[in-house]
Design a protein around this ligand. Sequence first.
Ligand code: SF4
Length: 214
Amino acid sequence: MNKKKLAAAVADRLKNKYPDALCSLFYEGDPWRLLVMGRLSAQCTDERVNVVCKDLFEKFPDVYAMAEAEQDEIAKYIFSCGLYNSKARDLKGMSQRIVTEYGGKVPDNMEDLLTLPGVGRKIANLILGDIFNKPAVVADTHCIRISARIGLCGDGKPLSPEKTEKALSAIVEPSEQAALCHRFVMFGREVCCARSPHCSECILSDICENRIDT
Ligand code: SF4
């Protein structure tokens, strides 16, 4: 099966299995909150970020409040997410830049998003896909691992985030890209787990090029 057909089959089956391709960060439709939560999720679980952000957003409810906050004060709220000093610096910095350069609104394009402190392609793609409904591949750990195992990109070995993003962008239907990445997260937690994938119960086992336990 060529890569585009394989990608279409994978997207189709995962859509059937997970009809609601929802982001596991509870950002309540607010682009700035998703940006903040995306930054906090580095080396931290989405569950932890959701818990931490309840108090964080109560204290700093919008981009203006965060832009004016003291870095040390932000750090106190996000301590349990790890890397709290650099994350606090980025949250303040990105909020300040959004206020001063973008009129308080999160930019809707990759180039501008990448100028925000702490924002790399993964977070930028999350914003583009979830907020602005643009084609966007979020190459996180699940996406990288699963797409390599299935044979969508690489030779069974995970590629870099940039190479994974580029490879999937070329073979996955633009309208399906963002949702597929959310489905990879759900599928990666339940079935195609990092250490012990459940290949015998997998709906992709007949088309996966690198199934492990069957
Ligand atoms: S067959 Fe195994 S390795 Fe392949 S996608 Fe399914 S769980 Fe992952």
